[in-house]
Design a protein around this ligand. Structure first.
Ligand SMILES: [Mn+2]
Length: 366
């Protein structure tokens, strides 16, 4: 697997460290997925609870235990050695052998304060360095293997949301719909939803991150579904908004449709800015200024979140967002969501979202 070597090289390039230590005590460190290339057992903590990954420029060692060794053997890339331990004492001895006196990089956003204390006291590295930002920046640009997984993750969620339309009947609740979408993700080959599925009906859709409750679906109201699938460790994130059994002669329908059409046009305009070398803020501004000036300013200020975020191993992958404050330029291989919205309190909200890959030939919806 050429990609493992590439990834090690990229992470080490921007840092002055001898080794990396990743821990998966309570939760799975996303960088563990990135470096190992593992594809199964990654949801929640999966089978990799209490595993440790030590990486150097040349290769890596995974420290596993009798519960996890089977999966480690099954998924191990060529560059990975496996060490199985059955006691805390052996763990300490092994870590000491690899890390004592070395400059050790850790994911400061993830490793626990406990573990830093333990490292200092028992392992005695020369220095501990937070390399979370190095991981962020290399993970932002996807390689071919990653893009393949992300395409599948997108295909799965699109199919699931499409099939979920069959469950939209009068009286169904938001929670029921959320559950249906979750099982359709699995049915279509995903390992899990990539985040708790948002389903909001009617007025609830004016709250961008409304969590599904027992609200029942009524005719001529908005249905907003914001959902994602995970596939082999990689996420998708899309939003679809529709009007359930529209009464096309009603004023209410005309208002909802106008909001929808405005958001759809804003999304198209923003998409044109997802270009290699372009300032990311331009994409946001294209959507926002269109929304603010539409209908004589009727929707001014009603798009109040960032246009996009990086998507990858995490749904919000890395720190860069597509917003008025973005300080970076789009590069080939980046994937950002494009998700403008209009939220009218007490009435409804509309958001449309796709994951967009930046290529030299222009933007591509995954
Ligand atoms: Mn999103």
């Amino acid at each position: 697997m050429r990609s493992v070597k590439d990834r090690l090289e990229k992470v080490f390039r921007g840092t002055k460290i001898d080794a990396i230590l990743l821990t998966t005590n309570e939760n799975l460190d996303p960088n563990f997925i990135y470096l190992s290339g593992f594809e199964n057992g990654l949801d929640q903590n999966g089978v990799f609870e209490s595993h440790y990954l030590i990486a150097t420029r040349r290769g890596m060692t995974i420290i596993t235990n009798p519960l996890g060794i089977g999966e480690c053997r099954a998924q191990r890339p060529r560059e990975m050695k496996i060490a199985s331990i059955d006691s805390g004492k052996k763990l300490i001895a092994l870590l000491r052998r690899h890390l004592k006196g070395r400059v050790v990089g850790v994911n400061g956003r993830f490793i626990s304060y406990n573990w830093i204390g333990l490292l200092k006291k028992e392992i005695k590295p020369k220095k501990i360095v937070d390399i979370s930002q190095a991981f962020d920046s290399v993970r932002e640009v996807k390689d071919r293997g990653e893009l393949g997984k992300m395409r599948t993750a997108n295909a799965i969620i699109k199919k699931a949301v499409d099939q979920a339309r069959a469950y939209l009947v009068e009286g169904v609740t938001e929670m029921e719909m959320s559950m249906h979408i979750g099982s359709l993700v699995i049915k279509n080959g995903g390992s899990a939803p990539s985040f708790p599925t948002i389903v909001s009906f009617g007025k609830n859709s004016a709250d961008p991150h409304h969590m599904p409750d027992s609200t029942k679906l009524a005719r001529n109201t908005v249905v907003m579904i914001d959902a994602g699938a995970r596939y082999k460790g990689y996420c998708s994130d899309i939003t679809r908004t529709m009007i359930f059994r529209p009464d096309r002669k009603s004023d209410k329908y005309a208002r909802m449709a106008d909001i929808y059409n405005t958001v759809a046009r804003a999304q198209k305009l923003a998409m044109k800015e997802y270009i290699v070398g372009n300032d990311a803020s331009k994409a946001h501004n294209a959507a926002e200024s269109f929304i603010n000036s539409a209908r004589g300013g009727a929707y001014k200020g009603k798009f109040m979140h960032a246009l996009g975020h990086s998507v990858g191993i995490d749904v919000h992958d890395g720190r860069n967002a597509v917003s008025p404050y973005s300080k970076f330029k789009f590069r080939e291989g980046m994937v950002f969501s494009n998700e403008p919205g209009i939220y009218v309190n007490g009435f409804c909200g509309v958001r449309l979202e796709d994951d967009v890959l930046i290529t030299r030939k222009g933007p591509r919806i995954l």
